[in-house]
Design a protein around this ligand. Structure first.
Ligand code: HEC
Ligand code: HEC
Ligand code: HEC
Ligand code: HEC
Ligand code: HEC
Ligand code: HEC
Length: 375
């Protein structure tokens, strides 16, 4: 009797799983470096971190994915369902499986994706934010005015801890170190990866270092010399300094919308390797992205066992997410646990660069993260 009941239950669930092949749509926001633009043959001239927040005037790149099962996407449609009043932005078809959205006004852009597989059709929407750069605030002793990031965030110990490490890191000092250094090749073309918001090819006005420099008639020309930093620092009573660095916004997104109405929805925290791509993917000189893409770390393994019971979420060796997810590992390194109850593959963060490197800097070689025991 019990056996029969079990058999029926198994049969029912097997039949259900045969029919449960309906797709689940995911909007993949693609990162883009100049090298990837060349590889893909795109002429948009616009780089992207793949995060939900980006500088006004730049492109977001989207591709469709079905994350419910392995059935391929046979048809898809991207629709822009909402955009800032007055915007003329549209979805552009760029490649057979990639579309672009070039923002033209600051504000929210709501994108809808509908995917079709042989198992059915599914829709999803996601909001993307276009903003202008505001600058860090407090860098190199120049406070800067509201709404720079640290004008709000300096009293929060998490933020001030991050700021204090970052300001002495190679990201913080990316311009100052090279402008006062000995590499005689350091000229104006180098600024796009050594400052905040300098345009990559596409000329835009969005509060970046290049825009503030132009507005204040400042032009950098090499070679480096310590006096050149003093000159830059004096321009417009310090107006350039808080973008004269690889600042918060190069990874968290251009922050004017967040500063105007602070919320987690309009600032990005991006664990993916794509966050680092615009600067670290520039062969033949900067090849770490390329090298990483060839390792097994770049393709995260998913197992349904990673969704664990509350009792297993204790950072022990049996707690899978401690090693199989970037955010899980970072939480572990800070002594925090990660709640994986009910997780599916959609919840997993890839094992990106910031899993091993703290982008805010550490005193370890290559800014590697500390292990929990050394905190
Ligand atoms: C007007 C004050 C203000 C300014 C300016 C500001 N923030 Fe925030 N920020 C906040 C508040 C308030 C929150 C908490 C929002 C919430 O949790 O809903 C926050 C949250 C955050 C978070 C956490 C988001 C998350 O997912 O938990 C990050 C990261 C952040 N801010 C970065 C920045 C950066 C970078 C800048 C500069 C571009 C900046 N903030 C400028 C007020 C501000
Ligand atoms: C595409 C982005 C990009 C551009 C453009 C760029 N850099 Fe860099 N630079 C980086 C990155 C990323 C690093 C980090 C270290 C690494 O990967 O070696 C770096 C590090 C450096 C360093 C310190 C480490 C080292 O290799 O000694 C120097 C010096 C430097 N860059 C000089 C330059 C000069 C000179 C130019 C212009 C001719 C330039 N950079 C243009 C991204 C860039
Ligand atoms: C080079 C890229 C990069 C820069 C520059 C950067 N961040 Fe981050 N930030 C990240 C990444 C990646 C994470 C997620 C991993 C982590 O927590 O370390 C993060 C996490 C954070 C968090 C924690 C959010 C959370 O959900 O716990 C805060 C707060 C933050 N950053 C603030 C800042 C501030 C303020 C600055 C500028 C002073 C800054 N960051 C500069 C990449 C960056
Ligand atoms: C806007 C460009 C830019 C972005 C975005 C960026 N970096 Fe960098 N990164 C640099 C530059 C430039 C340097 C080297 C600065 C120098 O030495 O002059 C650097 C240096 C580094 C270093 C060497 C640090 C050390 O202490 O030796 C690491 C590691 C690193 N970056 C990781 C990351 C990670 C992880 C991300 C993404 C979360 C990221 N970077 C995003 C430009 C960038
Ligand atoms: C201490 C770190 C750590 C923990 C904890 C951990 N793993 Fe892993 N796991 C790894 C590493 C490293 C690899 C890659 C091994 C390789 O490719 O040689 C891996 C590989 C795997 C693979 C892929 C095997 C293959 O070759 O395709 C699966 C599946 C897996 N782990 C499942 C789990 C599950 C389930 C748990 C929790 C019960 C878990 N792991 C906990 C580090 C860990
Ligand atoms: C699994 C851990 C891991 C991942 C993931 C990882 N790295 Fe590294 N990376 C390291 C280690 C360890 C070193 C130090 C190697 C050494 O000292 O020779 C390093 C070195 C570097 C350096 C040289 C820093 C210096 O000061 O010489 C840069 C830049 C860098 N990584 C950037 C990246 C970027 C960008 C990514 C993602 C595309 C990435 N790394 C992913 C572990 C990692």
């Amino acid at each position: 009797m019990l056996k029969n009941l079990l058999f029926i239950l198994v049969a029912v669930s097997m039949t259900a799983s045969v029919f449960a092949q309906v797709p689940r749509a995911k909007i993949v926001s693609e990162p883009m470096s100049e090298a990837r633009l060349t590889t893909l043959g795109l002429s948009t001239n616009s780089v992207s971190s793949g995060a939900k927040v980006a500088a006004n005037g730049t492109y977001f790149y989207f591709s469709p994915r079905n994350i419910a099962n392995t059935l391929p996407v046979t048809a898809f449609t991207f629709t822009l369902t909402s955009k800032p009043a007055g915007s003329t932005a549209t979805i552009e078809n760029l490649l057979p499986t990639m579309v672009g959205l070039k923002t033209d006004l600051v504000g929210n852009y709501v994108v809808q994706l509908s995917v079709t597989t042989t198992g059915g059709t599914h829709d999803t929407t996601m909001t993307f934010v276009s903003g202008n750069f505001v600058g860090v605030g407090g860098f190199d002793g120049i406070a800067g005015t509201f709404p720079k990031c640290m004008t709000c965030h300096s009293s929060n110990p998490t933020f001030s801890g991050i700021f204090n490490r970052w300001k002495d890191s190679k990201h913080g000092l990316a311009l100052k170190k090279e402008m006062t250094g000995t590499n005689t090749h350091f000229g104006p073309t180098c600024l796009k990866c050594h400052t905040t918001g300098t345009d990559h090819n596409l000329a835009l006005v969005n509060g970046g270092f290049d825009d503030l420099a132009a507005a204040n008639n400042y032009v950098y020309s090499g070679p480096p010399n310590p006096l050149k930093w003093d000159t830059l620092r004096a321009v417009g009573a310090g107006v350039l300094v808080n973008t004269a660095t690889v600042g918060c916004e190069m990874c968290h997104g251009a922050g004017s919308q967040h500063a105007a109405a602070p919320s987690a929805a309009n600032i990005a925290v991006n664990y993916e390797a794509g966050a680092c791509m615009r600067c670290h993917d520039s062969p033949p000189y900067y090849r770490t992205f390329n090298q990483f893409a060839q390792t097994r770390h770049s393709v995260a393994v998913w197992s349904n066992s990673f969704a664990q019971t509350a009792a297993s979420q204790n950072n022990s060796l049996g707690n899978c997410i401690r090693c199989h997810d970037a955010k899980g590992y970072i939480n572990y390194s800070y002594g925090r646990t990660t709640n994986t109850t009910g997780w599916t593959e959609a919840n997993q963060t890839d094992l990106g660069c910031s899993m091993c490197h703290d982008p805010h800097g550490t005193t370890n070689p290559a800014s590697l993260r500390f292990t929990p025991s050394s905190w």
